[in-house]
Design a protein around this ligand. Structure first.
Ligand SMILES: [Zn+2]
Length: 81
């Protein structure tokens, strides 16, 4: 009778390899991000530091480390220009 153990071991090895490749890919992506940004991922504020209104989740994800709502950010950038 033929054992099924070798095929199970092979499957586990393939899953392990896929996980290792995935982890390496994620580590490389993070390293690349840090290299480009000059720092690690900065958590965005949930509320605007100027007006205190909640910052929409989409904006928090789109703008890494954002601190202001779009209205206050616009005011700030227009004031600077
Ligand atoms: Zn604001």
């Amino acid at each position: 009778m033929r054992s099924i153990a070798p095929s199970i071991t092979a499957d586990i090895d393939e899953i392990d390899q896929a996980q290792i490749i995935n982890e390496l890919y994620q580590a490389n992506a993070l390293a690349e991000h840090i290299r480009r940004q000059g720092s690690a991922i900065i958590t965005s504020s949930t509320h605007c530091v100027d007006c205190g209104r909640p910052i929409p989740e989409a904006r928090r994800h789109a703008v890494n480390g954002c601190r202001r709502c779009i209205d206050c950010q616009d005011l700030l950038e227009n004031w600077r220009n």
